[in-house]
Design a protein around this ligand. Sequence first.
Ligand SMILES: Nc1ncnc2c1ncn2[C@@H]1O[C@H](COP(=O)(O)OP(=O)(O)OP(=O)(O)O)[C@@H](O)[C@H]1O
Ligand SMILES: [Mg+2]
Length: 310
Amino acid sequence: MNADTTLPALEPQTPQVALTAAADDRELVVRDLHVVPVADRSREILTGIDLTVRQGEVHAIMGRNGSGKTTLAYALMGHPAYEVTRGEVFWKGLDILKLTPDKRARLGIFLAFQYPTAIPGLSVASFLRTALNARRRPIDAGQGDWDPSDMTKGGIKMGDFRRLMREKMALLRLDDAFAARYVNEGFSGGEKKRLEMLQMAVLQPEMAILDETDSGLDIDALRTVAEGVNAQLSPELGVLLITHYQRLLNYITPDHVHVLARGRIVKSGGRDLALRLEQEGYAGILREAGMPDEAAAAEASEPVEEGAPV
Ligand SMILES: Nc1ncnc2c1ncn2[C@@H]1O[C@H](COP(=O)(O)OP(=O)(O)OP(=O)(O)O)[C@@H](O)[C@H]1O
Ligand SMILES: [Mg+2]
């Protein structure tokens, strides 16, 4: 189901920054990505990730705690605590590793955080309007060309914004009071997830990276994420869904599933791979990948996830 919008679609961005040839501008292409934390450069967390996510596809990245899932999400978005030491990431024909996080966002990449931050004093509505205006700013806009308070210079009209909010809140079945609350202040785990989904619906990304919490989310919150994502799926949206538990994949059907261990993808497959993980846990796959120690640790610490879909 595609989200209908009363606003004109965001203008496709054709940035005037140096282009490097990429295979296809509808793909996020990750090649041989190596990442270290800035705090400890001697420690390589991602040890060579290869991955291609096309718009219209849902890819799940699964891995045990500490396998590097969040590091991958942060590296793709340009988090300053992580440094890419080798490899390339292309999106829309650009080598995005050269771009700041805000430019990556303006090119349609979105990251939903595993642990969203509270911002007391800032309402959900103000936050989203500011974020949307920032997103709409052309990547090559010069100073003075762009003024979010001026609709002739790219800012969204208040009426249009209200309409968009109403529509997206209805899509996600949020009540009106939600918009007036402070960002994540006193929110339950499920409400934080709802806000991440609302943010995604308002910003209309073309590549969404969703780093899902693997604890503290009850089944309703999981469903919230799943319904939020499913309501927004379209041929224009690529999704990189990061999750520890296969449970979420009972609600969102991935086209491709990748297992991450010690900073690299050790196995890729279709939805059946997630089902195998549900039945067997990680141990078998890690052993096949030549990681006996990891497999033993998986066996010791992670009994096969209980419970079928609720
Ligand atoms: N900024 C950092 N400085 C030092 N070590 C880090 C940093 N960020 C991550 N690490 C380490 O890198 C490894 C991978 O961490 P990451 O958060 O990417 O794992 P994850 O797969 O997201 O785990 P989880 O399932 O618990 O969310 C961990 O051992 C972690 O301690
Ligand atoms: Mg994580």
